[in-house]
Design a protein around this ligand. Structure first.
Ligand SMILES: [Zn+2]
Length: 328
């Protein structure tokens, strides 16, 4: 069984539909044959190809990649957390309904995560539960809402709701820090994205938020948890030797790895080995970040061809963990 639990879609939203969210900042898709462009208002945002929106092509891609199933989530530019809720909620509902329609080509192989308007926690909880009832297998959220990180009271309320309603949550980094200092060479993706994920995980651990969120929450972080596995020793050392690191966090930071999962998108056998050593092979799931250029091009090859992971570990990472996590 080979399940890719981190991949993206973008629905065929036109400019008029995007303008209902925001004329200048609504994201939409301009297509021309098998290629396309995600647009933000009148401006090109990212060139894309048809596997992103054409589900017949997507299924061909799954066959080429020998995938049994793939879980798709929104391209983060679709989140719209800064829009007024009276626009953001119908937008999220439209994205979620379109996503589910896209899976109709092969509902047993294509699964989707919902997006929610996190700027309004009550609306986000309702939309997460509506989407779950409609057939979404979980939700994807960004790792922050403006200046609110994952330990914010509203986010803790959202996580608690998802735990109680049995909704798995994937946290994806977005809206990256760094600004003017990271204008070139995809530095926001290479430096700030892993740092955003590290910030999200540490905000939950060091704030004590994990003490307030039910342990039943199924929570996963993208991109192997960013810098987390490599930096965990640094965090534990700080917790032991500085009281200001301990003040809200009652247990050693490394003891909280049992509270979440990560995907396998780290692109190096040494990194994957470290990740599995730190998290345990029961807490890593195959995630490709397909179909973008920064994703794994031969999906699952980093796990399948790994020289040191055991066959049992590979089996868990390639499919069994995701089956259990998403209840497939
Ligand atoms: Zn991604």
């Amino acid at each position: 069984m080979k399940i890719d639990m981190h991949s993206h879609f973008f629905p065929t939203i036109n400019q008029a539909e995007a303008a209902r969210l925001s004329r200048d900042r609504g994201p939409w898709l301009h297509t021309s044959g098998r290629t396309g462009q995600i647009m933000i208002g009148d401006k090109p945002f990212r060139p894309v190809h048809d596997v992103l929106w054409d589900m017949n092509r997507r299924i061909e891609h799954l066959d080429e990649q020998n995938l049994d199933a793939q879980i798709m989530c929104a391209t983060p530019v679709m989140f719209a957390y800064d829009a007024p809720i009276e626009r953001a909620l119908p937008w999220a509902q439209l994205m979620n309904d379109r996503a589910l329609e896209m899976t109709a080509v092969a509902p047993d192989r294509l699964k989707v995560l919902a997006q929610v308007p996190l700027q309004d926690i009550d609306a986000a909880c309702r939309e997460a539960s509506r989407a779950k009832a409609a057939g979404h297998v979980g939700v994807q959220i960004g790792n922050h809402v403006g200046n609110q990180d994952l330990d914010h009271e509203g986010l803790v309320t959202f996580f608690t709701h998802c735990a109680l309603d049995g909704i798995p949550v994937l946290v994806h980094p977005w809206d990256m820090m760094g600004g003017e200092r990271m204008r070139k060479w995809m530095l926001p993706w290479l430096v700030a994205m892993p740092a955003e994920t590290q910030l999200g995980i540490l905000s939950l651990i060091l704030s004590g938020a994990f003490e307030r969120i039910p342990a039943s929450l199924r929570l996963c972080f993208a991109h192997g948890g960013g810098g987390f596995a490599f930096l965990l020793g640094r965090v534990d050392n700080a917790w032991k030797h500085r009281d200001i690191v301990r003040e809200d966090c009652p247990e050693l930071p490394s003891s909280y790895v049992k509270r979440f999962f990560v995907d396998s998108a780290v692109f190096d056998p040494r990194s994957l080995k470290l990740l599995v050593d730190v998290m345990g092979s029961d807490r890593v799931m195959l995630g490709s970040d397909s179909p973008f250029p920064l994703g794994e091009q031969r999906i699952g090859s980093g796990v399948i061809e790994h020289p040191e992971l055991t066959p049992q570990s590979k089996s868990l990472i390639l499919g069994s963990n995701a089956q259990a996590f998403f209840g497939l």
